[in-house]
Design a protein around this ligand. Structure first.
Ligand code: HEC
Length: 109
C-alpha cells in the first residue's frame, strides 16, 4: 500500500511538472493579447473568434480553458481558419500564451 502511494505521488508530480501552465492570469495577458493576438482576434480576421463575441467563444469554451491553451500553444486548423502556434510568435512562453487566453476568455463571457 505504502509503495503504491509512493508510485502514485511520483506519477502525479511528473504530470504536474510536464504539463504547461494552464491557469492563465487575465490581467497579465492583456499586453500580450494587444500585441500578438488582437490583429486577428479583435476583428475576427482569418476566421478567428472575435473577443467579446460570446456566441463565437461559447463553442470554444465548452472544451475547457486547458484545452484552449494547448491549442493556442500548438496551433490548430479549425473549421473557420488556422490558428498559428503561439499566435505566430515562437518567443512567447507557455505562461504568456495562457495569460492571453485567460484575458480573451475574461472579455468574452
Ligand atoms: C493569424 C491570425 C491569428 C492570430 C495572430 C492569433 N489567432 Fe487565435 N485563432 C485564430 C483562428 C483563425 C482561430 C479559430 C480557428 C477555428 O476555430 O476554425 C483561433 C482560435 C483561437 C483560440 C480557440 C482555441 C480552441 O481551442 O478552440 C484561442 C484560445 C486562441 N485562438 C488564442 C490566441 C492567442 C492567445 C493569440 C495570441 C498569442 C492568438 N490566438 C493569435 C487566428 C489567430
Amino acid at each position: 500500500m505504502r509503495r503504491f502511494l509512493t508510485i502514485a505521488s511520483a506519477v502525479t508530480l511528473t504530470m504536474a511538472l510536464a504539463s504547461p501552465a494552464v491557469a492563465g492570469d487575465a490581467k497579465k495577458g492583456q499586453g500580450v493579447y494587444m500585441n500578438f493576438c488582437a490583429p486577428c482576434h479583435a476583428t475576427g480576421a482569418a476566421g478567428a473568434p472575435k473577443v467579446g463575441d460570446k456566441a463565437a467563444w461559447a463553442a470554444h469554451l465548452k472544451h475547457g480553458e486547458k484545452h484552449m491553451v494547448e491549442r493556442a500553444i500548438k496551433g490548430f486548423q479549425g473549421e473557420k481558419g488556422f490558428m498559428p502556434p503561439r499566435g505566430g510568435n515562437s518567443a512567447l512562453s507557455d505562461a504568456e500564451v495562457a495569460n492571453a487566453v485567460a484575458y480573451m476568455i475574461s472579455q468574452s463571457k
